[in-house]
Design a protein around this ligand. Structure first.
Ligand SMILES: Nc1ncnc2c1ncn2[C@@H]1O[C@H](COP(=O)(O)OP(=O)(O)OP(=O)(O)O)[C@@H](O)[C@H]1O
Length: 200
């Protein structure tokens, strides 16, 4: 299977010091990678590096396919309603056509909330809207930071289903999680991010 995203000895520095020990990873279509590590180890930083939001201060990050990043805080405009946010996401991503708004909202359990401003959604509903964003603008690589956060049991099962669907389309998923191990048809690889230990 084709490699969709990879790194070679990649790290990111703040104030001249690497956040985490250099990371080598390679994820192909149909593969999932779970990123683990202690609080502050650098999981979010690594995912932002993979997304291209940050640039590596040493080593390399190579993206061979379009990526979507879903962070802790959903990147939605609070004053826009759910449908408008999904329209924005679709236009902004420029990727191929995905689900319609109404189908995506129904898929994530937000049917009937299309006209509600994003700021008026509960924490879990905001996470679900983020998932809908992945469905309206499909990409080969999903980078998900704590995708189970704020979700109820049904929401967590929904995440697992969407992950399995993505892998079934030969997409890739890289996700961080403290809460639970994803229940996937093919067991994911695990990468433990190690906080930079300093020069020895
Ligand atoms: N904008 C920033 N400015 C300065 N330091 C930052 C910034 N963002 C993160 N850090 C620091 O970088 C380190 C890694 O943070 P990061 O959020 O990547 O960790 P994490 O592994 O995702 O943590 P958690 O499990 O708590 O979510 C931490 O020490 C954090 O304080």
């Amino acid at each position: 299977m084709r490699v969709l995203i990879e790194t070679g000895q990649a790290t990111f520095s703040r104030a001249g010091e690497p956040v985490f020990e250099p990371v080598d990873l390679s994820v192909s279509g149909g593969q999932a990678l779970v990123v683990r590590g202690a609080n502050g180890a650098g999981k979010t930083t690594l995912l932002r590096l993979l997304a291209g939001i940050l640039r590596p201060s040493s080593g390399r990050v190579s993206r061979h396919a379009p990526v979507a990043f879903l962070g802790h805080l959903a990147a939605f405009k609070g004053e826009l309603n759910c449908r408008e946010n999904l329209d924005f996401r679709r236009r902004f991503s420029g990727t191929g056509s995905g689900m319609s708004n109404s189908r995506a909202l129904a898929r994530v359990g937000l049917a009937g909330l299309g006209l509600r401003p994003a700021r008026a959604l509960s924490a879990g509903q905001k996470r679900r809207l983020g998932l809908a964003g992945l469905l309206v603008a499909p990409t080969a690589v999903w980078l998900l930071d704590e995708p189970y956060a704020s979700l109820d049991d049904d929401g967590c099962t929904l995440v697992d289903t969407l992950l399995n669907d993505q892998l079934g389309r030969d997409g890739s998923v890289i996700l961080s999680t403290h809460q639970r191990q994803p229940e996937l048809q093919t067991p994911p690889e695990v990468l433990v991010v190690q906080r930079f230990a300093g020069e020895t």
